[in-house]
Design a protein around this ligand. Structure first.
Ligand SMILES: Cc1cc2nc3c(=O)[nH]c(=O)nc-3n(C[C@H](O)[C@H](O)[C@H](O)COP(=O)(O)OP(=O)(O)OC[C@H]3O[C@@H](n4cnc5c(N)ncnc54)[C@H](O)[C@@H]3O)c2cc1C
Length: 301
């Protein structure tokens, strides 16, 4: 049996795509095609696919909404497993919010608001899924996933399900145990506090306003391109190095917020990568601080 038949046997043909353009699945809107692109609907299907791919030694990569991802122009050789959209159930009981990995943070935060639960407002404007947010320990405006997570259901590369309490997730600045051990996050539980819906909504609106005025949301990007170096702000270093508006091909250091590399005009992944490298080098030459990309790069450039 070929790979296509095996994947279809697990997922149904409607969830298996060949030569799928990754620019359609990343917020940067760049990237060549993935050999295979699959959209599981059940957690058990993720386990079965991972088992098949491991047995056949075929590379795979799990994505959520692709909002922190740069895929090379020549695409990805292997199977992209997208959890966004189909594995996205959300359920609230008392102060606990349960969601599957593919649920968008904005949807979970909206659900928390309906249930008058506070604690997730910080995440309402982050355009990722819960799985990506757990893996990255996403954070904004003083909040981070670490503060609200209770536990997560993960799938190990060996195909075992396991539940990790938050204390075992090693959540640090934009990192977690999942960025090291190759586990797939399948769902998570968050513990919130009872709040006042008017106050929750007002805080979400305030944060949305801050994003709209400060961030170049009118262009495709992956948010902050670089991690915050200790003791500095990446955007300020880039601005002070005179790189505001610096462009390589169609990729540009945003004029509105220097921490964002944007796809200004039909950028290629090679443009974006070259811009990232040049910005890192120039900032290091000027200030002796090495900027590390926060964005994950995969595939062939
Ligand atoms: C306009 C804009 C604003 C942003 N603002 C913020 C912000 O304020 N704070 C912030 O932290 N980030 C921000 N981001 C970045 C991004 O939204 C977050 O990093 C988010 O958590 C990524 O989620 P995702 O589902 O899109 O992950 P993807 O981009 O799909 O994947 C990112 C990484 O997570 C891994 N991953 C995804 N799902 C899973 C899973 N289920 N199990 C295991 N690994 C998984 C992928 O393999 C990859 O390594 C912003 C991005 C944009 C475009």
């Amino acid at each position: 049996m070929g790979l296509y038949e095996e994947l279809c046997g697990i997922l149904g043909a409607e969830n298996v795509f060949k030569d799928e353009p990754m620019k359609s699945h990343t917020t940067f809107r760049v990237g060549g095609s993935a050999d295979w692109f699959v959209t599981p609907e059940e957690e058990e299907q993720v386990r079965e696919i991972v088992n098949v791919l491991r047995k056949e030694k075929i590379p795979y990569y799990v994505i959520g909404n692709g909002s922190n991802l740069l895929v090379g122009d020549k695409g990805y050789r292997g199977v992209i497993i997208q959890l966004y959209k189909k594995l996205s159930r959300i359920h609230v009981k008392d102060n606990t919010v349960y969601a599957q990995a593919g649920a968008l943070l904005s949807k979970i935060a909206a659900e928390a608001l309906i249930c008058e639960l506070t604690g997730l407002e910080f995440a309402s404007g982050i355009p990722g899924t819960l799985g990506g947010a757990v893996m990255m320990n996403a954070g904004a405006y003083g909040g981070e996933m670490k503060h609200v997570l209770k536990s997560a259901l993960a799938l190990t590369p060996e195909g075992e399900f396991r539940v990790l309490p938050v204390e075992q997730m090693e959540l640090g600045y934009r990192s977690s145990i999942f960025s090291k051990n190759g586990d797939v996050v399948l769902s998570a539980e968050m513990e919130l506090k009872t709040g006042d819906s008017k106050e929750i909504r007002a805080y979400m609106d305030e944060l949305r306003e801050k994003r709209v005025t400060k961030q170049p949301l009118e262009y495709p990007s992956a948010g902050s391109t670089f991690k915050r170096p200790e003791g500095y702000f990446a955007g300020k270093l880039i601005q002070d190095a005179g790189l505001q508006g610096f462009q390589v091909g169609g990729a540009q250091v945003s004029e509105k917020h220097c921490g964002f590399v944007i796809n200004k005009e039909n950028a290629t992944a090679a443009d974006v990568l070259s811009l990232i490298e040049q910005v890192s080098e120039q900032v290091e030459a000027e200030f002796g601080v090495r900027l590390e990309p926060e964005v994950k790069c995969i595939g062939e450039f």
